[in-house]
Design a protein around this ligand. Structure first.
Ligand SMILES: [Zn+2]
Length: 341
């Protein structure tokens, strides 16, 4: 029988499936960090999760607050005991950074999410009340046209970057390079009401590929845009191969409409011989994505000449796995908890 410390990401995630139906966002991240769902033997004790290596137990409430609520709580939440081998997998913001963060729309989105259903509520949005505003007597196409006039437009490929190195704040690269032209008031349209918010947000996301310089930035973006934003992300282009890969790809798996992914990996194979744990889990979380229509491979930088490119055999494996239908199991054999690529 397999020992617990070699349980794969898929098996770890599976342990949460029926237990935490309303907190799959937290469950995905916990599974990426090496936790399994754990109910202590005594029924009077709290529900939570446990690291399969160091055994640290975290109450469910604590994880949900840190992984679905305020980003700043991550800094004060230990997911492992000191010296746990899984500390090599990083989750952004483990250092105590407590600044407020902004991205053109995302801080507004976060405010709206908090106002409408709160960070701790995982319930689906409540049924909307009937709209009485004249705006909603217009045909949808016309409303979308109006939003398009008001909202700042995103480029077809919009690069998201950290505001400063190590900062939890993120911004579009265009916004960073032209600070004088940023007009944050335009995005206030998103705060008008929930119906406008959802329609207008969809407009922003529908035709945009979000590009990230690192999986850390991708993770911050996916947290900033909240549940509603994650439901609308369609296309992502990301440089991977870092210690934040596992948690970022685990969270990307919560983006139900994701159709296109461009992978930029600076090594020729997904797994090198005797890979460290952070690479194994990063690849496992990437391979667990499902239902994509398009998977592409691109260079990390001009300098790198060893990238995982279209011709490499692992590219075909990755494409095959990611284009499987949602819920379909992996076609890759596991040997002692390791993927047999
Ligand atoms: Zn641990």
């Amino acid at each position: 029988m397999q020992s617990t410390s070699t349980l794969s990401f898929a098996s770890r995630l599976q342990s949460f499936e029926d237990q935490w139906p309303e907190n799959q966002t937290a469950a995905r991240q916990l599974a990426a960090l090496g936790h399994v769902c754990d109910r202590p033997p005594l029924e009077s004790l709290e529900e939570g999760s446990r690291c399969i290596d160091c055994g640290l137990f975290i109450p469910k409430q604590t994880s949900v607050q840190a992984l679905e609520g305020s980003l700043t709580l991550i800094a004060s939440t230990p997911f492992h005991n000191p010296r746990c081998p899984r500390l090599q997998l990083r989750i952004p913001l483990e250092s105590p950074l407590t600044q407020r963060y902004t991205l053109n729309y995302s801080s507004l989105v976060e405010r709206w999410e908090r106002r409408s259903h709160g960070p701790q509520s995982a319930r689906e949005p409540r049924a909307a009340l009937p709209q009485t505003s004249g705006l909603f007597s217009l045909p949808t196409e016309l409303r979308l046209q109006i939003y398009a006039y008001i909202l700042p437009s995103l480029d077809a490929v919009t690069e998201i970057v950290p505001l400063h190195r190590d900062s939890p704040r993120i911004i579009t690269k265009a916004g960073l390079e032209r600070p004088a032209r940023r007009d944050k008031t335009k995005a206030n349209l998103l705060l008008a009401c929930r119906s406008v918010y959802l329609e207008a947000l969809d407009l922003l996301y529908a035709n945009t590929t979000f590009r990230f310089d690192a999986t850390r930035t991708l993770y911050l973006f996916l947290r900033h845009v909240g549940r509603a934003g994650r439901r609308m992300v369609r296309a992502v282009d990301v440089v991977c191969g870092q210690r934040e890969d596992a948690v970022a790809f685990a969270l990307l798996g919560a983006c139900g409409e994701l159709g296109s992914l461009t992978v930029r990996l600076g090594r020729p194979k997904l797994l090198l011989p005797n890979p460290p744990l952070w690479i194994v889990d990063g690849v496992a979380c990437l391979l667990a994505l499902r239902g994509l229509e398009e998977v592409r491979f691109a260079e990390c930088s001009k300098a790198a000449r060893m990238d995982l490119s279209e011709e490499k055999p692992d590219a075909a494996v990755l494409r095959r796995e990611l284009m499987r239908a949602k819920g379909e199991p992996s076609g890759i054999r596991e040997v002692g908890g390791l993927l047999d690529l």
